[in-house]
Design a protein around this ligand. Structure first.
Ligand code: BGC
Length: 364
């Protein structure tokens, strides 16, 4: 019996040793030793020189104008660097986004880029990718409570501040409505924080009263419209300004105002510089939007993704806390757009054509 036990222990030891040795061998292949001498050096699988870097792009949705642009420009940016990208979109379904990401991981992509639908739920994807030795970049939206490798976005708090500044300049006093984004999206929290950075002193001195403040489930215009209807009803239509977290929700807000003969009378802010919003700015029913040059984002992410996949050093000095770690981050600058600078910004950049933006302009 004792003999058997000793034999068993030896067997176990042999097994453990084999496992450790093969793990070390694997380590030596997948993580170049340079990482030990330079901790900022990022690494990934070793690839034969002539094989293209393959990036997986896991998107929340393609049901909004902006994300179609992100998809197309990201593909272009990646391909311009001689790499390739496989794109999957989950259209707002958390379970589907996770299973699509798993598919990309098992296909052996070199790096994963995620636009999370749900900031918390997608932490599971980061974990699984890391187990497979694949690094992960959070694109536009932060993944919370995960060891995400990099976050690239716009300065989203600044987006809210630009909205707050534009609207308080026009309406320094009065009843304000805030129509937020989806509370499952970390950006919605940042946009709101930015808006209230500007509004709070005016709320404190009694100039501004927040008469309605609500999130918009899944960012849909229909939910924003219902919220705005509720805001109008609760306040007997006595509303002086509305700040909506994006152009899609601003569209819902303006539809509700229209039904009460208030469109064009109550200033409304949005963001994304969607074509419909740009047209509403020219028509006078939306006051401003915030323009985020998507091409700068796709080019930045593509460039960093390819570098990381090749194990090169990247430069991301900013840090954003995601509840677990200080995530190395790159935050690009947003631009406030109203009728006065629409030609010099989104039209000059070719984001939209002048003919499209001014399509419904009777004054031309
Ligand atoms: C993006 C916005 C977008 C919203 C809804 C946010 O995370 O930053 O640009 O409008 O999601 O899709």
């Amino acid at each position: 019996m004792r003999h058997l036990l000793i034999k068993g222990r030896f067997l176990l030891l042999a097994l453990v040793l084999t496992f450790v040795t093969s793990a070390c061998e694997k380590e030596a292949v997948t993580i170049p030793t340079v990482e030990q001498t330079n901790p900022t050096k990022t690494t990934n699988h070793e690839k034969p020189k002539d094989e293209k870097i393959k990036i997986g792009f896991s998107m929340d949705t393609l049901q909004e104008e902006r994300w179609l642009r992100d998809r197309d420009l990201f593909k272009k940016s990646v391909e311009a660097l001689g790499a390739e990208v496989e794109i999957l979109a989950a259209n707002g379904d958390d379970a589907l986004q996770i299973s699509q990401a798993e598919r990309l991981i098992s296909q052996g992509v070199d790096l994963l880029v995620i636009v999370p639908h749900n900031a918390e739920a997608t932490a599971a994807i980061v974990h699984k990718a890391h187990l497979a030795g694949i690094k992960v970049i959070a694109y536009d939206r932060l993944v919370k409570n995960a060891d995400i490798d990099l976050y690239v976005s716009f300065d989203n708090e600044k987006v809210g501040e630009l909205q707050g500044e534009a609207i308080t300049k026009l309406v320094p006093k009065g009843n304000y409505v805030y129509i937020g984004g989806a509370m499952t999206d970390n950006n919605a929290l940042l946009f709101k924080k930015g808006v209230f950075n500007v509004l709070q002193p005016l709320i404190d001195n009694g100039d501004i009263k927040i008469v309605y403040d609500q999130w918009t489930k899944d960012w849909t215009p229909a939910n924003a419209l219902a919220n705005m209807e509720a805001a109008l009803k609760a306040n007997g239509n006595q509303i002086d300004a509305v700040i909506a977290a994006n152009d899609a929700t601003a569209g819902g807000v303006i539809q509700a105002l229209q039904a009460h003969g208030l469109a064009g009378k109550v200033p409304v802010a949005g963001q994304d510089a969607e074509l419909a919003a740009a047209q509403r700015i020219i028509e006078g029913t939306q006051t401003m939007t915030v323009y985020k040059p998507i091409q700068s984002l796709t080019e930045k992410v593509a460039q960093l993704a390819v570098k990381i996949a090749k194990g090169e050093i990247i430069d991301a000095k900013q840090k954003v806390n995601n509840g677990k770690i200080e995530v190395p981050s790159v935050l690009l600058q947003p631009i406030a757009v109203d009728r006065s600078n629409i030609d010099d910004t989104i039209i000059a950049d070719g984001f939209h054509s002048r003919a499209d933006v001014y399509k419904n302009d009777d004054s031309r």
